[in-house]
Write a protein that binds this ligand. Structure first.
Ligand code: FAD
Ligand code: NAD
Length: 402
């Protein structure tokens, strides 16, 4: 057939919502839609800190793609993208090669370790289902190991987290809930377990509302988290972290890096021009010089015209970009006016473990504790609703009745 072929790379927030929107905006005879993803499931990246701590089951965080994407309309290809040849308009996969008329790059983020020696090799990271459940299992294995040794070192029970941005803060919040459960299971006194979050800046959640960040720090400290602020991680060894000017050593059985993210390396490798590791797209979300390539989510550098700064890498933004992208794909094929991306900020809420959370909502109001937690669940369930309707909310939602 001579239908234009649209290929979407990555089934994260941006890729899933683009697939969904395209099936709504194009009739079957108008375009061929192909979705390529490494796994046959989509996962809730925003719940991975819970998977990593072990406070939710792995399967709760993932959704089979075929259950929410209309497979009569979208061809699913489970494979790994290796390279994009934008001049030839082809995508190289581990096991195949595909040609496209239009391409949507939504391959998400990877950890950024800023060249810190040993970080890549010795620290865990919260970036996929696979990398997150490894953390849960490693912590539990260390507890079991501790109990099974004659003279165990208490360092086995120390968990060091690098960075107290949103990911680090949310993760230690889950640990505050999970560790007492593990202590009970393995008959280990809670005071033998240390959870230390090392942050380079003078406060947690740098750049975020100070009152809210303060609340988070107090709540987490009260639940047994130690924050080591104003302290840079310099190096990581197999069983220790080296921090600060004095090169203090902190022995640890588990080291988790939550110190930053960057675009998937495939975009740089494929020769797209990068600005701070991401593709500086035009306001219609197309790669510069490539009108047939849209770049979304954590791979894109999208300027906020009001502040002159780029938007942060968030799921909320990735989801909204999908709408602009789907519209602009239709216009690219059938004509009309391209739409510029305009972010509708609905606020930002972070969970702190258990029933605690904090954040600000769209009208600037600040929420704390249970009220914020309820809002966090509303945000999560709203996304599930957009993706899979009420059925998915009932199956995976945070307020499911069973
Ligand atoms: P991703 O969600 O990263 O998805 C990329 C997809 O591409 C994945 O499915 C992956 O399997 C696939 N993929 C990757 N490489 C390949 C390849 N080579 N070949 C094939 N497929 C590939 N943001 C918020 O707005 N609110 C929050 O509450 C929030 N909480 C967060 C909590 C945590 C613990 C983390 C880590 C992040 C959180 N974020 C949150 C940020 C948010 O998750 C990201 O901004 C968002 O996931 C980006 O979406 P994306 O679609 O660009 O990519
Ligand atoms: P981040 O870049 O926001 O935070 C990284 C933190 O690590 C910073 O505070 C930084 O000062 C610190 N750091 C960096 N290098 C260090 C070093 N050598 N030693 C000690 N500390 C160091 O990364 P993130 O927390 O993974 O967040 C990534 C994106 O995902 C952000 O846009 C964030 O808003 C989003 N996110 C949102 C939520 C939410 O809304 N609930 C949750 C998680 C992530």
């Amino acid at each position: 057939t001579n239908k234009p072929r649209i290929i979407i790379l990555g089934a994260g927030y941006a890729g899933m919502m683009t697939s969904k929107r395209l099936t709504q905006q194009f009739a079957p005879e108008e375009a061929e839609i192909v979705l390529v993803n490494k796994h046959n499931y989509h996962y809730q990246t925003t719940w991975l800190h819970e998977v990593a701590a072990g406070t939710i089951d792995v399967n709760r965080s993932r959704i089979m793609i075929k259950d929410v994407v209309d497979t009569n309309r979208v061809t699913l290809i489970q494979d790994t993208v290796v390279n994009i040849n934008k001049e030839e308009k082809t995508v190289e996969l581990m096991n195949d090669q595909l040609s496209y008329d239009y391409l949507v790059v939504a391959l998400g983020f990877e950890k950024a370790t800023f060249g810190i020696p040993g970080m890549d090799k010795h620290a865990f990271s919260i970036q996929s289902v696979d990398s997150s459940r490894l953390i849960r299992d490693h912590i539990e294995y260390n507890f079991a190991k501790y109990k099974n040794m004659d003279n165990p070192s208490e360092d086995l029970l120390t968990i060091v987290v690098g960075g107290a941005g949103f990911t680090g803060t949310e993760f230690v919040g889950e640990l505050a809930e999970r560790i007492p459960v593990l202590c009970k299971k393995y008959d280990i006194p809670r005071n033998k377990v240390k959870i230390i979050d090392v942050e380079a800046m003078p406060n947690v959640l740098p750049g975020f509302d100070e009152e809210l960040a303060d609340y988070a720090q107090r709540s987490l400290t009260a639940r047994g988290i130690t924050f080591k602020l104003n302290t840079m991680i310099k190096e990581v060894k197999e069983d220790r972290v080296i921090v600060g000017e004095e090169e203090e050593e902190i022995p640890a059985g588990t080291i988790v890096w939550t110190g930053g993210v960057q675009a998937n390396h495939i975009v740089g490798k494929s020769g797209f021009e990068l600005t701070k590791g991401k593709v500086n797209v035009d306001p219609t979300l197309r790669a510069p010089g490539h009108e047939d390539v849209f770049i979304l989510g954590d791979c894109a550098w999208v300027m906020n015209k009001d502040t002159g700064k780029p938007y942060p890498p968030t799921a909320q933004i990735a989801i909204q970009e999908a709408d602009t992208c789907a519209h602009n794909l239709r216009v690219s094929i059938f004509g009309g006016t391209l739409e510029e991306f305009d972010f509708d900020d609905k606020g930002q809420v972070a969970s702190l473990g258990g029933s605690d959370a904090m954040g600000r909502v769209f009208d600037g109001r600040k929420l704390y504790g249970m009220q914020a937690k309820v809002m966090k669940h509303v945000v999560d369930d709203r996304y599930l609703y957009l993706l899979g309707g009420p059925k998915l909310v009932l199956k995976k939602g945070k307020f499911r009745p069973f």
